[in-house]
Design a protein around this ligand. Structure first.
Ligand SMILES: Nc1nc2c(ncn2[C@@H]2O[C@H](COP(=O)(O)OP(=O)(O)OP(=O)(O)O)[C@@H](O)[C@H]2O)c(=O)[nH]1
Length: 368
């Protein structure tokens, strides 16, 4: 039996199995197997992806990367055309976006690369199409922007979420607080810091480890809300990516006000109409907010800071990260920094490489 058939068989068995206390462990085991086969499928595809079709690789550029995901004709190209500097070609029929069209969104002095992923993400988890490259690009994203058609059913969202979930992309979810380490000897050691409030039991963990042929490992469950699914993710840590997702409903000009209101109230959601130029500013603002970037203004001695050209770094960055973003070897020459702004205890504060910077700080860097 091929991997695709094995996946199908497990999915069918899962659908047949009633969900209750007695079947919990069995279902957990099936989920664990499913995760393993799906990985295998994606790995196999990696080996056979050469030749034929349109290439799909986009060099990462700018301060952050967001990817657009959505069914054909939902308005991805229209949005790119409106908010980025690279105009995407819009054809009025389905499946026009065959290769990716990266655009650059300039906002608050930052450059955000926005990549339109080809529609072939559908069915990727079952090995269909050139999904693997699309998925690996989605994995590199700092933000996934899911474009949805407000006139269509919720199915589009559910099916895309399911597809991403199946390839190990977790949306708006924290990495499970589970420590897992394979060992050479010593058997299986499982510890819960507090009694689990879910289906994740010692027995379930043991069953899964046995199925993965892991006989020596340390497991520490640090959160009483962790589920079997979380443990499977911890087991397959290298294949799981935790990414923020912004849901954007387009074509609100074509639905009722009540419907617009309902959609706009959903979490992590914005609504827009590309055609009527409605809500585009909100979309951009929300992208900026979700990316959570910090702008740092540099200042030379005796001169006012240049507020027009910030350095853009991720939140929680340090002076060291800032140096790294300027040049890989800049840290070696670094002596100290003077920092003005909300991260400084007094203005200016003399800081080292480990000092955490805030948005809109002003920094002077001094070299040896
Ligand atoms: N009513 C309405 N139609 C829109 C809106 N935005 C885009 N459209 C229409 O939807 C169709 C598809 O738009 P595109 O921007 O090409 O969609 P896409 O998602 O890039 O499509 P693919 O390239 O096929 O993936 C076009 O006919 C647009 O005119 C909108 O806000 N309201």
């Amino acid at each position: 039996m091929g991997v695709v058939e094995k996946i199908k068989a497990i999915e069918e068995e899962m659908a047949r199995t009633q969900k209750n206390k007695a079947t919990e462990h069995h279902l957990g085991l099936l989920k664990g197997k499913l995760a393993r086969y799906r990985q295998q499928l994606l790995a196999d595809e990696a080996g056979s992806s050469g030749g034929g079709g349109t290439g799909f690789e986009v060099a990462k550029s700018g301060d952050a990367r967001a990817v657009l995901i959505g069914y054909p004709s939902v308005g991805k190209s229209s949005l790119l055309g409106k908010i980025t500097t690279t105009k995407a070609e819009i054809a009025h029929y389905a499946f026009t976006t065959l290769t990716s069209v990266p655009g650059v969104l300039k906002y608050e002095g930052a450059e955000i690369q926005i990549v339109d992923l080809p529609g072939i993400i559908y069915g990727a988890s079952e090995g269909k199409g050139r999904g693997r490259q699309v998925i690996s690009t989605a994995r590199t994203a700092d933000l996934i922007i899911m474009i949805l058609d407000a006139t269509k059913s919720e199915y589009q969202r559910v099916s895309l979420e399911r597809e991403l979930e199946a390839v190990g992309i977790r949306l708006n979810k924290e990495k499970p607080n589970i420590y897992f380490k394979k060992k050479e000897t010593g058997g299986i050691k499982i510890t819960f810091t507090s009694p689990s409030r879910t289906n994740l039991t010692e027995e379930a963990i043991k069953l899964l480890l046995k199925d993965y042929k892991i006989h020596n490992a340390d497991v520490l469950v640090r959160d009483d809300k962790c589920t079997i699914d979380d443990f499977i993710d911890a087991l397959n840590e290298k294949h799981c990516t935790y990414t923020k997702c912004l849901y954007v409903y387009n074509k609100i000009d074509a639905v009722s006000l009540e419907e617009v209101d309902r959609l706009a109230r959903e979490p992590n959601t914005v609504v827009m109409s590309c055609e009527m130029d409605l809500g585009l500013d909100d979309v951009v603002e929300e992208i900026w907010f979700q990316l959570n970037l910090n702008r740092v203004f540099t200042k030379k001695r005796g001169i006012k800071p240049d507020f027009s050209d910030p350095l853009v770094v991720r939140s929680n960055s340090t002076i060291g990260d800032l140096c790294h973003s300027i040049h890989r070897e800049f840290k070696d020459q670094f002596k100290y920094a003077l920092v003005w702004g909300s991260s400084a205890k007094h203005s200016p504060q003399k800081c080292g490489l480990n000092h955490k910077i805030d948005d809109e700080d002003v920094v002077s860097l001094f070299t040896k």
